[in-house]
Design a protein around this ligand. Structure first.
Ligand code: MF3
Ligand code: CO
Length: 265
């Protein structure tokens, strides 16, 4: 990890947290709409278009568009794609696909970031279990994000949940601080050990984002320079919330992102 990047973790006051929550409402509305739009025959480019239009209608801007050259507003990662799938007019969703939808919004200079994974129609029992476990792993990571805890406690909670269910946690990508920029310190790995890493304090805002694989944890990046896929071709799921660490415990600032997801938790 980059030591300099770990050096200073911003602390937001109550008003600033509420600004991030406003951006988070946009993200949640977009993901909720996309969850119902992800039906057989729709292209991933169409989902990207919907995401951008919905965010702009709410006065926000897509955070990913142009970020380090990323060419779209939304990441759509299907089946063995782990994260950073680039939307395409040629990629049509099919019954049974597992679709990761990752979206960030900037509203009045404040960023929020979240992701969900939904099944298109009916998915296999294993795919549905992978989704449920990844969602639960995120919930357990969030539940660990109290002042005085360490970043490694969050990761350890995620890891215990995912590995306890027989799945593996991706280590090549991590969560992050978020607020004035999409990616801020600290890095937030989805693994421990507990009691390690920076100490969490009141006002820190984290994007916690477990990526859980059915098989091996190993991933590789495709020739497009973005799309990360599992090395063994098996499925992957991804959930993410933007979370404020407060004296009263973790507050999810992107709540509602899962909308009426057909996949039960
Ligand atoms: N949620 C992802 C992240 O936080 C999405 C980034 S996609 C990018 O890293 F295009 F913006 F890089
Ligand atoms: Co993120």
């Amino acid at each position: 990890m980059d030591v300099a990047a770990q050096a200073r973790i911003a602390r937001r006051d109550r008003a600033e947290i509420e600004r991030i929550r406003e951006a988070g409402r946009v993200v949640a509305a977009v993901l909720s709409e996309l969850g119902t739009a992800a039906v057989p025959g729709v292209s991933t480019a169409e989902l990207d278009r919907l995401a951008r239009a919905r965010a702009e209608a709410m006065g926000a801007r897509p955070a990913f568009l142009g970020y380090r050259g990323y060419p779209a507003s939304l990441c759509v990662s299907v089946n063995d794609e782990v994260i950073h799938g680039i939307p395409s007019a040629r990629r049509l969703l099919r019954e049974g696909d597992l679709v990761g939808l990752d979206f960030g919004a900037v509203l009045a200079g404040w960023y929020a970031d979240a992701a969900v994974t939904v099944a298109v129609g009916r998915a296999s029992a294993e795919a549905e279990r992978l989704v449920a476990v990844t969602r639960r792993a995120l919930a357990q990571g969030i539940a660990a994000a109290w002042p005085g805890a360490r970043v490694g406690d969050v990761g350890a909670a995620v890891e215990a949940c995912a590995e306890g269910a027989g799945f593996s946690v991706v280590r090549d990508f991590v969560g992050h601080g978020v607020g004035r920029r999409l990616h801020e310190p600290p890095q937030v790995p989805n693994y421990g050990p507990p009691g390690t890493g920076p100490e969490l304090g009141e006002g820190m805002v984290l994007a916690i984002e477990p990526m859980v694989n059915a098989g091996t944890a190993q991933v590789r990046v495709l020739a497009d320079g973005w799309t990360a896929v599992t090395a063994d071709g098996r499925s992957s799921a991804h959930f993410e919330h933007t979370v404020a660490v407060t004296a009263g415990g973790p507050e999810v600032l992107t709540a509602g992102a899962e909308g009426v997801s057909p996949v039960a938790g």
